[in-house]
Design a protein around this ligand. Sequence first.
Ligand SMILES: Cc1cc2nc3c(=O)[nH]c(=O)nc-3n(C[C@H](O)[C@H](O)[C@H](O)COP(=O)(O)OP(=O)(O)OC[C@H]3O[C@@H](n4cnc5c(N)ncnc54)[C@H](O)[C@@H]3O)c2cc1C
Length: 493
Amino acid sequence: MAENKVVAPELLNADDKTTYDAIVVGAGVIGPCVATALARKGKKVLIVERDWSYPDRIVGELMQPGGIRALRSLGMVQSINNIEAWPVTGYTVIYNGEEVDIPYPYKADSPAVEKLKDIVKDGNDKVLEDSTIHIKDFEYDERERGAAFVHGRFLDNLRKIVAKESNITRLQGNVVEIMKDDKNEVYGAKVDIDGRGKVVFKAHLTFVCDGIFSHFRKELHPDHVPKVNSSFVGMALYNTNMPAPMHGHVILGTNHMPIIVYQLSPEETRILCAYNSPKIPSDIKSWMVKDVQPYIPKKLRPSFDAALAEGKFKSMPNSYLPARANDILGLCVIGDALNMRHPLTGGGMTVGLNDVVLLMKKIGDIDFADRETVLDEILDFNYEKRSYGAVINTLSIALYSLFAADSPNLKVLQKGCFKYFQRGGDCVYTPIRFLSGVLPKPFVLARVFFSVAFYAIWINIQEKGIAGFLEGFSILLTAIKVFTPYMYNELLA
Ligand SMILES: Cc1cc2nc3c(=O)[nH]c(=O)nc-3n(C[C@H](O)[C@H](O)[C@H](O)COP(=O)(O)OP(=O)(O)OC[C@H]3O[C@@H](n4cnc5c(N)ncnc54)[C@H](O)[C@@H]3O)c2cc1C
C-alpha cells in the first residue's frame, strides 16, 4: 500500500453494496486493458490497485510490434502517445564485436489488425502525432513498428484511459484475499483500504492481474509458482550514441553474459545486464567493471561509464512460469500472474495484451451473471491462447540459454545462431517475425530452432573436422534439452 502519499478521495470510495460484473486486481500493464475493454462492452468494473502513483520500474519498456497490434485491437494504442516514446524499427545483434541488423517484418505478411467491436471506436486504434511518434511511420510504413518508453509514463497513460471510462470505479487498496465460497467458487475480493479497513467487494468474475510478484496466482494451483534462474541488473544511460538508432541491441560474446540496450526517449536509454543467478552480486559495481564494461561497444562507452560512475543500479529477477488452465468458476488469472518468460526478448507485455484481445473476443459479449457460460469460454481461451504464448515464451528461454552459454555445447550453438543470422534473408526474417509477435506458429519455431542447431553443428564440423562431427550428437542433445521441455510445457502440459 502507498505510504505517506496523499490519495485522491475518489480512489477510496468504491461502493461495497454493488455486485460488479468484474473486479480487476492490479493496474499494471494488463489490468487497465482488461478493465477498459470490459467497460466499453458495457460491464460495470471495479479496478483495485495498491498504489496508483507513478511507478518507477525497469520492466515493460520495449513493446514489440505484436503488442502494438494488440493495443490497436483494444483501442488503447494512444497510450504510447505524448510520453516521448521512442519508435523501434528492429534489432541489432552484436556478437564478439560483429553486427547483424534485423529489421522488423513487413505488415503485408501478417493479417490485418482486428478491431474489437464496441472497444475500437473514434480512431482509438491509430496513434496520434506527437514529438516522437509520427503517424506516417506508424500507420503508413510498410514495416511493423515497436515502441520503447519509460515504463511509468506508459502506465500513467493506461491509467488515464481507465479514469475516463464511466463504467469503471477505481480503488486504491491492497487486495488481501480472493473470496471463495464452500464450493471453491470465487465471488469477489477483500481489500485493505486506508481509513476503511478490510472490505469485501463482490463480482461475477474476478480478474487477477497482480503481475510479476503475484500473490494470487496460487489460487489456480499451489504449484503455480515461477522458477527464477537469472537476474537483470539495469542502469539508465543518458544521451547515448546508439550503434544502430531505433534498434533494440543484444550484445553477446563468448566470454560474457547477454547485455540488452534500447533507447526509451530522446534522452534516456536502458541497459540490462544479465547475471546468471537469482541473487545479484554483492558488489555490483565491481562486477560491472570486470564482467560487463569490457564488452560494451565503443559508441556506448561514454554514457555507460557515466552511469557506472553514478552507480544507480536496479535489479529484477527473471522468472519463467508456463500458463495453467483457468478452471475455477468466477476467476480469471491473466498477464504475468498467469504466465512469465525470460525478459531477454521483451515479449511479456505482448503475450499479456494478446491474451486480453482473445479473452475479450470470447467473453466480451456474455452476461457475466451467467457464470457457467463464462467459465466454458474461459476454458476455450486457455486452449486457444497457447500457440501465441508458446512461440514468444519458448523463444525467450531457448535464446537465453544460447546467449548466456555456460557450456561448450551451448557456446557452439550460440556461435551457430549468430552465423545463421549472418546469412540474412529468411534466416533473419522468420526469427524476427517470432520475436515481433506476428508469427504464432510453434511448429515453425521448432523447425527454425533445429535448423539453427544443425547449422551450428555443420559450422563446428567445418572448424574441427572429425572431432566436430563426433561432438555433433552431444550438441544436438543439448539443443533438444534447451528447447523441447519448454515447448512441451507451453503447448501440452
Ligand atoms: C527485468 C524485466 C524486464 C522486462 N522488460 C520487458 C520489455 O521490455 N517488454 C515487455 O513486453 N515485457 C517486459 N517485461 C515483462 C513485463 O514487465 C510484464 O510482462 C508486464 O509488466 C506484465 O504486466 P501485468 O499487468 O501482468 O503485471 P505488472 O505490470 O507487474 O502489474 C501488476 C500490478 O498489480 C498491482 N498489485 C500487485 N499486488 C496487488 C494487490 N495485492 N492488491 C492490489 N494491487 C496489486 C501492482 O502494484 C502492479 O501495478 C520485463 C520483465 C522483467 C522482469
